[in-house]
Design a protein around this ligand. Structure first.
Ligand code: SAM
Length: 252
C-alpha cells in the first residue's frame, strides 16, 4: 500500500489546531540531554523542528516529500536555526555526521514496512550521529487484538484564521494483529473561498514487537537508555498510551 498522499497534504499539514506543546516539550528535554545539534527525520513541514529551533537548538529537518519540504521552508524559512533537506531516511547522506540527537516523532518509523528498511533508517541516523549521541523514537506498541474503528469525522479544534482554509478529515482504522498492519483510510476535505477540494489519504503502518525493536537498535549501534509511556516521561508499560524510546549510540 502507498504511504498516502503527503504531497497533496503539504499545504494544509497540521491543519487541526491540536496543541502539540507536550510533544514538543518532550523532544526538547530529550534533545538537550545530548546537545544542541539535532536531526529531525520524517519531519513533514517541520512543526516540531521549528519549535525546537526557536528554543536555541540547531535543527536539520529531513523529509522525502518535496512538497512537505517546500511548505516547511515557506512557513519557517526565516528561522536561522532550521535547515530543511529533502531526503530518504533509509539512505541519508548529509554533510554533517556529528548530530547530538536524532529523532522520529508521531510513530513515523512504522511507515517503513520491512525490517530491512527500518534497519537502514536507523543505521542512517546512527551514521550521522556522534558517538554517545542520542536517538528518540515515538512508536506504536502493537495491540494484542485486531480491531476496526468505524468511519469518524475529525474536525479542526480551532476555527481557521481569516484567510486560511478550513480542513477536516473522515477516516477509519483497521488493525490486523496477525500481520501487525494498521490500515488507515482517510478522505481529506479542504474548503477555500466556498469551494471544497477532497482527496484520499490511505496508508498502512507496520508495527513490530519490543524484541524486534531491540534487535534493530542493536544492529544499528544503539543501546536503549529508557522507555517512556507519556510525553511527561512516565515509565513505559505495555498498557501505556504512548511508547517513546530513548537510545544512545554506543562506542564501536
Ligand atoms: C505523518 S507525516 C510526519 C509528521 C511529522 N513527524 C510531524 O511531527 O508533523 C509522515 C512523513 O514521513 C515522510 N516520509 C515517509 N517515508 C519517508 C522516508 N523514507 N524518508 C523520509 N521521510 C519519509 C512523509 O513524506 C511524511 O511527511
Amino acid at each position: 500500500m502507498s504511504m498516502g498522499d503527503y504531497a497533496r497534504h503539504a499545504a494544509v499539514w497540521d491543519w487541526s489546531g491540536h496543541d502539540r506543546l507536550a510533544e514538543i516539550g518532550c523532544w526538547l528535554i530529550l534533545a538537550r540531554r545530548y546537545g544542541i545539534k539535532v536531526l529531525s527525520a520524517m519531519c513533514a513541514t517541520g512543526t516540531v523542528a521549528d519549535a525546537l529551533a526557536r528554543q536555541g537548538l540547531v535543527v536539520t529537518a529531513v523529509d522525502i516529500t518535496k512538497e512537505m519540504v517546500a511548505e516547511g521552508k515557506r512557513r519557517y524559512g526565516s528561522n536561522a536555526n532550521l535547515t530543511f533537506i529533502e531526503g530518504d531516511i533509509c539512505d541519508l547522506s548529509l554533510c554533517a555526521v556529528d548530530y547530538d540527537f536524532a529523532f522520529i516523532s508521531t510513530t513515523d518509523l512504522h511507515h517503513l514496512h520491512t525490517s530491512e528498511a527500518r534497519e537502514d533508517a536507523l543505521a542512517s541516523l546512527a551514521a550521522h550521529t556522534r558517538q554517545g549521541g542520542g536517538l528518540g523514537l515515538e512508536l506504536w506498541y502493537p495491540p494484542e487484538q485486531s480491531f476496526a474503528s468505524p468511519w469518524r469525522e475529525f474536525g479542526p479544534v480551532t476555527p481557521p484564521a481569516p484567510g486560511e482554509p478550513k480542513v477536516w478529515k473522515k477516516g477509519k482504522t483497521e488493525y490486523d494483529a496477525a500481520s501487525r498492519l494498521v490500515n488507515i483510510t482517510q478522505e481529506v476535505f479542504v474548503e477555500r473561498d466556498g469551494a471544497i477540494e477532497q482527496f484520499p489519504h490511505q496508508f498502512s503502518m507496520k508495527l513490530f514487537s519490543r524484541e524486534e525493536l531491540y534487535v534493530m537498535l542493536t544492529k544499528a549501534g544503539y543501546n536503549v537508555v529508557a522507555e517512556y509511556g507519556s510525553y511527561d516521561f512516565e515509565p513505559w508499560e505495555a498498557k501505556s498510551g504512548k511508547w517513546i524510546v530513548e537510545a544512545s549510540k554506543s562506542a564501536k
